[in-house]
Design a protein around this ligand. Structure first.
Ligand code: UDP
Length: 139
């Protein structure tokens, strides 16, 4: 079944000039880009986006990192897109990520790990409309 997932190319990867490389990996994996834009998140946007992590010790630093520069947010579509994009991203810690994954190639550490992808359909259903309206998505 075709589904949508939400992706962020995080500020570390944007700063390192890796937008094109990561978009190519996404396309080569057969995921369709339904919408994409560059944004520089406000503190409130980043705190809202990561609200599920607000009790975690790394929350404050994670928010600071996410607002440290622009990022590229996208909506991806495809068969089993959520799992396929998570597989392409690799493990949260780039040191544990498999060869050929985005985090292995471009992640610097557990925090600056190059990308975000929704982890479940319920999460994608919140994350996609957090940054995109229906009008911004191609059919
Ligand atoms: N993170 C962090 N320290 C940690 C764990 C996670 O800074 O110990 C950051 C990291 O950028 C990660 C994000 O918080 O991508 C969300 O964590 P999650 O466990 O949801 O990992 P993900 O779903 O992104 O792989």
């Amino acid at each position: 079944m075709s589904e949508l997932t939400f992706s962020i190319i995080k500020p570390d990867a944007v700063k390192a000039g890796k937008i094109g490389d990561i978009m190519k990996m996404i396309s080569d994996a057969g995921l369709k880009i339904k919408a994409t834009k560059m944004i520089h998140m406000t503190q409130a946007q980043a705190e809202g986006f990561y609200a599920v992590h607000k009790e975690r010790p790394f929350f404050g630093e994670l928010v600071e990192f996410m607002i440290s520069g622009p990022c590229v947010v996208s909506v991806l579509e495809g068969e089993d897109a959520i799992k396929r994009y998570r597989d392409l991203m690799g493990a949260t810690n780039p040191n544990e990520a498999a060869e050929g994954t985005i985090r292995k190639a471009f992640g610097a550490g557990i925090e600056a790990n190059a990308c975000h992808g929704s982890d479940a359909p319920e999460t994608a259903a919140i994350e996609v409309p957090y940054f995109f309206s229906n009008l911004e998505m191609v059919n």
